[in-house]
Design a protein. Structure first.
Length: 163
């Protein structure tokens, strides 16, 4: 599998770009997490989708609903959701985009406050900080996530070494 990502750059495919491009006009608050964030922070491993941590609030969910309407995509109505449950959703026509309402070890507010901004396809996109990405990955029971956390820690140590 060819990796198209480069450290310090966010690579998103055209379908993902179309979804993300619909967000600014509607005011959707989101942060890129998961494998694409891992790549951005320097660990070049394949990522199967674009994971977006979406702020779980009635206002933001309404904004998300509005942003997706022109794409013939949707998410469940906010009133049907529970704050005690995590939601993971894929869009039927955009299967490589995944919405998450929570991630392990980090709240949306923490992720948003310390997120890094980058440009992808002429869009300003927020990406979870390396510190929060490591915290999230280290809190996960999945082996891939634990390995990502270790790789990101090692990259951080290399960057901190005096030459």
């Amino acid at each position: 599998m060819e990796l198209k990502a480069q450290a310090g750059k966010l690579w998103i495919d055209p379908d993902e770009s179309e979804v993300v491009r619909s967000f600014p006009a509607s005011g959707v608050r989101f942060v890129v997490v998961g494998g694409r964030a891992v790549q951005f922070h320097g660990h070049m491993r394949p990522a199967k989708d674009l994971d977006l941590l979406i702020e779980f609030s009635a206002t933001n969910w309404g904004n998300l609903f509005s942003a997706l309407r022109p794409l013939n995509a949707s998410v469940p109505e906010f009133a049907t959701l529970s704050a005690q449950k995590r939601y993971q959703a894929r869009l039927a026509f955009y299967p490589s985009v995944e919405f998450l309402t929570a991630i392990d070890g980090v709240t949306f507010e923490e992720a948003w406050a310390d997120a890094l901004e980058t440009i992808a396809h002429d869009l300003t996109v927020r990406i979870v900080s390396r510190v929060h990405l490591i915290a999230s990955k280290a809190s996960s029971p999945r082996l891939t996530d634990v390995e990502d956390a270790a790789a990101l820690r090692a990259i951080g140590k290399l960057r901190e070494r005096p030459f």
